[in-house]
Design a binder for this molecule. Structure first.
Ligand code: SF4
Ligand code: F3S
Length: 337
């Protein structure tokens, strides 16, 4: 039987070709694709088959799943996530127990080397991995099995990418992110993309997956295996308060005149200048806002060890040389219309 393509699946859900092309244009722009690749991107994505996905939630707070899969109104991004054959999600799925584990086993055996394994949460290895158990097995064992035969592994959130809060000092469960487990040869090394954040920006996950589906290749990654197109600039580079930073206008408390005037939050601990993420370009809640836009500094949630760096409300580094925001791209937005 012919496999349903992504565009066919979206059609069934009421998404017009025009809306799909709009999504492709915005995503191609957020991926900084040149014009000739933008056209190829739309064609390839439209024809992409339905990928099987195994989503393993380990030691986490469910915030990443909430952020990525729940939406007030469906967007093309959320429908693309719906399009996946999400064969296993131990937090969200209705099935439980033997039936759920059997479905996962079928995907691993039937789609050997073709499915995407998403890990959401850190993995404890202390005390035999007993700090996080799924179906009577340690999270380490479950992640090992899912990763070993996957075509691609995606670590969603700071915990899966870098260990997150569970790894913060004193790291009582001996917890790690997937990349570190691979480096320690505790799980097999497979192609890996990290999408950190606490939680991550949903469109960054969807855009990265869309790139992989369309081009059957990984996007260019930085030293932490984050897609450079989304993590190549700091949130400071495109912050709406950048002009005040350049002019030296700093709020000194959250209710002073400067804060009311929208001045820069660096002296209130904003970590924007050292944090690489797409919050100030892609933005949150369908392009509505992001922390500094809403009056709060960046905590650095897409960086390794951000909980241990802490000092969320203290200046913890020297001010970097001010940029002028000229490398900023317009914030793409993709509401379903
Ligand atoms: Fe924006 Fe923070 Fe940079 Fe100030 S320091 S411009 S608030 S990101
Ligand atoms: Fe996280 Fe900073 Fe964005 S705290 S949500 S990386 S603005």
């Amino acid at each position: 039987m012919k496999e349903e393509t992504l565009l066919e699946s979206l059609h069934k859900r009421g998404v017009s070709r025009r809306t799909f092309l709009k999504f492709c244009t915005v995503t191609a722009s957020s991926l900084a694709l040149p014009k000739h690749l933008s056209e190829a991107f739309a064609d390839s994505l439209a024809a992409a088959p339905r990928p099987a996905v195994i989503w393993i939630s380990t030691q986490e707070c469910t915030g990443c799943s909430e952020s990525l899969l729940r939406s007030f109104e469906p967007t093309v991004e959320t429908l693309i996530l719906d399009h996946f054959s999400l064969n296993y999600h131990n937090t969200l799925q209705a099935a439980a127990g033997t039936a759920a584990e059997a479905s996962k086993g079928q995907t691993i055996r039937g789609d050997f080397g073709r499915y995407i394994a998403v890990v959401d949460g850190s993995v404890p290895i202390g005390e035999g991995g007993s700090w996080s158990m799924i179906g009577g097995r340690s999270a380490l064992d479950v992640v090992y099995e899912a990763v070993e035969r996957a075509a691609l592994v995606i670590s969603v959130g700071n915990c899966a990418s870098f260990g997150g809060l569970p790894k913060a000092d004193p790291n009582p469960g001996d917890s790690f992110g997937v990349d570190e487990l691979m480096a320690q040869q505790l799980v097999p090394r497979r192609p890996l993309i990290n999408i950190p954040g606490c939680p991550p920006v949903p469109e960054v996950l969807t855009g990265s997956i869309a790139y992989v589906l369309a081009f059957r290749a990984l996007p260019e990654l930085d030293q932490y295996r984050r897609p450079k197109v989304y993590f190549g600039k700091t949130v400071h580079d495109c912050c709406n308060r950048l002009t005040h930073y350049v002019e030296g206008n700093f709020a000194l408390s959250f209710d002073d005149e400067g804060a009311r005037n929208g001045w820069c939050l660096w002296q209130l601990g904003c970590k924007g200048p050292t944090t690489y993420n797409a919050c100030s370009t892609v933005r949150w809640n369908q392009g509505t806002s992001y922390p500094m836009h809403s009056g709060h500094g960046c905590l650095g949630c897409s960086e390794p060890g951000f909980w241990d760096k802490a000092g969320f409300y203290e200046m913890t580094f020297e001010a970097p040389a001010p940029g002028d925001g000229s490398t900023c791209t317009a914030p793409p937005q993709t509401p379903l219309s």
